[in-house]
Design a protein around this ligand. Sequence first.
Ligand SMILES: *Cc1c(COP(=O)(O)O)cnc(C)c1O
Length: 354
Amino acid sequence: MSKFWSKTVKELTPYKPGEQIQAENLIKLNTNESPYGPSPKALEAIQNANDDALRLYPPPNSDQLKASLAKTYAVEPNQIFVGNGSDEVLAHIFLGLFKQSHPILFPDITYTFYPVYCSLYEIAYQKIPLNTSFQIQIDDYLAHPNNGGIIFPNPNAPTGLATPLSEIKRLLDTNTQSVVVIDEAYVDFGCESSVQLVNQFPNLIVTHSFSKSRALAGLRVGYAIASAELVEGLERVKNSFNSYPLGRLAQVGATAAVLDTEHLASTIQKIQNTREQLILDLSQLGFNTLTSEANFVFTTHVSKNAEDIYTELRKRNILIRYFNLPRINNYLRITVGTDAECAKLIAALKEILA
Ligand SMILES: *Cc1c(COP(=O)(O)O)cnc(C)c1O
């Protein structure tokens, strides 16, 4: 701690991402990356870039990328906001739309970056507990009509459980005076998207990521879909922060990835199949796993302590995620890998539980 730090910096508790270890033979199932590569067309577009792609500043408004996203989601280009990962998009949402006089609302068990943005931007928040089966209860949000905004992932992280679209619509029908953000980082793996509601509700923002289903975590691209007026607000924040959040390579790579819908569909199919097999295999070892609409599963063992399992797996070069947090400190989050990776995980678990 330095005396030169501002009060805000002194009080920050930064987000801790899952470990990124470079080790041989590591089975990495801890940060929900895709075990399959991105679209070959994305790599090709990046490789085909010329000198100018790096010598010149990139297009500041990522127009081509926005146009391809707008077409894919049947909205206007001015309803698309892009950023350096959906984390950056979320940061701009917190500053631009959530800094209000009332506290914002999010689940007690959810993406742990939300409270970090609140501390960075000095935004008050209230956690709304999930029910005992870890589901989001919309009525609990409707019980707080004076909120500064509402945000939750769908499917939720780290539980993997989805909230039905009808419930989100019920929230939007009543909660009309603050912004509602549905963080759809994992939506492609199974749950119904709220994008179809953006033209009906001017206070709805849906955020997506290229990091999970499109296997481009290293490229850092995310986007939001919303009414033009909300996007305009976010553009004001972005243009007061960094005019060029996406390099040209990110723009061309992401644009090619959006157009390759076949690659996306086949990746999702493989991950869904492996996920269901993994849940079955885990159940035979005495794990209770929540239904998952994501590319990870959230599981607890009937007798063996979760942290011990995590530690034992780590010794065997298998990395999963353990959160030492209230209510979930006996659960493990496991990213769905390839069939071979999941088979090795199951073999290691058999050994640990023997
Ligand atoms: C991974 C993740 C993000 C961030 O994704 P990036 O696009 O890589 O920044 C946002 N929200 C949730 C819930 C996530 O799990």
